[in-house]
Design a protein around this ligand. Structure first.
Ligand code: DUC
Ligand code: ZN
Length: 460
């Protein structure tokens, strides 16, 4: 079956051009100024942008955490991604301590296989480190998992500095890369204790950001980068939120280190004043690292415009209000995380492209091409080129889009930016050649395939 997308403007990380796109079955067959094909079904996309399907490189679907399980599993989480224009997510398959890596991956396949409406790949989050896991890593890499997650905080998953060094060394040997959650665990624990001593309770979410200060993030980023420098290997700093941490990255880069950086929409469009909202509203916005100050947002936007941040992912980790209420008497018991899969592309378009802060090409790099390159899904994903998967987002730059809990696909029963009016949205989303979503409605369910990473250098 052939489909010809005619009259649209194709976006790549290098720019935009009026081009026709011919799709045959699941792949892109041709991209050219004018294509004729009498066998093809023609879709008129005049006035629309055509982006490669977006990739969300940071999600937590069906994650058991804080004594509960995220509201979105792969069933609803992938619907949310697809509705907004994301055709492939990369979730963190998480190893529980004592578990083999094979067991962790099998566990994640059971969660995702047959339930996903967009394509999906896995990073592997390592919570344990020993000789056996070091040996097992080779098998995992040969199976197409090349990106790993390490936590510098969280009791159940944190790895110490020696483990960090040893894991980075092993990944360097195997051609893998680590994305690291950077926060100083000791500072967080001490600050949590201080709130209790000072106030007698931890009810007020306004005290939350102070328990995870920007310097706790900056210290961990700095330490990570020094460890990575000792190993002489590139690393990814995930969900960068703070100016103080970015300064550490700039310093390391100036010394010649390769550091890839991810941030998330929540750190770009919301600030810590949300934690002061009354009636438990602040819990809706509890994520880690926390939302920061206006100055931090400005720094992140500047870094985006200067191409110093490589990708914007969601850290989609959703909970219902009832789940969030676990922190009613003590905010430290609130499960941390927010929904955001559906609105990520529209937020970046509205606040980035529509305001003139970013070009369409930069948006394409941040949401599609760079994550495809970083996680080695390129050129199968992340680009509109002959031979690539026909994952296409037909983007209407003139559509008005109002964020609303009632219309979202996520199983979270709130939308962090309820009522926000945005300009521009995905009008049609094609997954490997098939119309999968239209104006936020899912047209094709459960067509998501498991995707693996290829070998080779990261070229960003
Ligand atoms: N941060 C969150 O807010 N949720 C999930 C994990 C994380 O690092
Ligand atoms: Zn995360």
């Amino acid at each position: 079956m052939k489909t010809l997308f005619r009259g649209g403007t194709v976006v790549s990380a290098r720019g935009k051009r009026k081009l026709d796109v011919l799709v045959e079955d699941e792949r892109i067959r041709a991209v050219d100024g004018h294509i004729e094909d009498s066998e093809a079904h023609v879709v008129d996309v005049t006035g629309k942008l055509i982006f490669p399907g977006f990739i969300d490189g940071h999600t937590h679907m069906d994650l058991e955490v804080s004594g509960t399980v995220t509201a979105d599993g792969f069933e609803t989480g992938t619907r949310a991604e697809l509705a907004g224009g994301t055709t492939c997510l990369i979730d963190f398959a998480t190893q529980n301590r004592g578990e083999t890596l094979a067991c962790a991956l099998e566990h994640w396949h059971r969660k995702a296989d047959g339930k996903s409406s967009c394509d999906y790949a896995f990073h592997l989050a390592l919570s344990d480190w020993n000789e056996q896991i070091s040996r097992e890593l080779e098998t995992v890499v040969s199976q197409g998992i090349r990106s790993f997650k390490l936590y510098m905080t969280y009791d159940a998953m944190a790895v110490d500095d020696q483990c960090l060094y040893e894991i980075l060394t092993r990944l360097k040997e195997l051609g893998g890369i680590a994305g690291v959650h950077c926060e100083n665990r000791g500072i967080i624990d001490a600050r949590l204790k201080e709130v209790l001593i000072k106030k007698g309770n931890r009810r007020d979410t306004a005290d939350y950001p102070g328990t995870r200060p920007d310097l706790a993030e900056a210290e961990a980023v700095s330490r990570l980068l020094k460890i990575a420098r000792c190993v002489d290997t590139p690393v990814i700093v995930v969900h960068l939120s703070a100016q103080a941490a970015y300064v550490e990255i700039e310093r390391a880069r100036a010394a010649g280190q390769t550091v890839y950086v991810e941030t998330c929409p929540q750190y770009l469009v919301m600030d810590e004043s949300r934690y002061g909202l009354p009636g438990g509203e602040g819990r809706k916005f509890m994520c880690a690292p926390p939302l920061r100050k206006k100055e931090d947002q400005d720094t992140l936007w500047r870094a985006l415009t200067q191409n110093q941040i490589q990708t914007v992912a969601t850290d989609h980790c959703s909970f219902t209000l009832a789940q969030k209420a676990a922190g009613k008497e003590d905010f430290s018991l609130t499960p941390c995380g927010m929904p955001g899969a559906e609105e990520r592309p529209a937020l970046i378009y509205h606040y980035g492209v529509h305001t003139g802060t970013l070009t369409e090409a930069q948006m394409c790099a941040l949401l599609a091409e760079n994550p495809a390159r970083l996680y080695r899904l390129y050129p199968r994903k992340g680009v509109i080129a002959p031979g690539s998967d026909a994952d296409l987002v037909i983007w209407d730059p003139d559509a008005d889009y109002v964020l609303s809990r009632d219309r979202q696909q996520s199983a979270a029963d709130y939308c962090p930016l309820e009522g926000l009016k945005l300009r521009g949205r995905a009008s049609q989303v094609y997954l490997r050649g098939r119309l999968a979503a239209e104006k936020g409605r899912i047209v094709t369910e459960h067509a998501g395939k498991y995707i693996t990473a290829v070998s080779g250098d990261i070229m960003i």
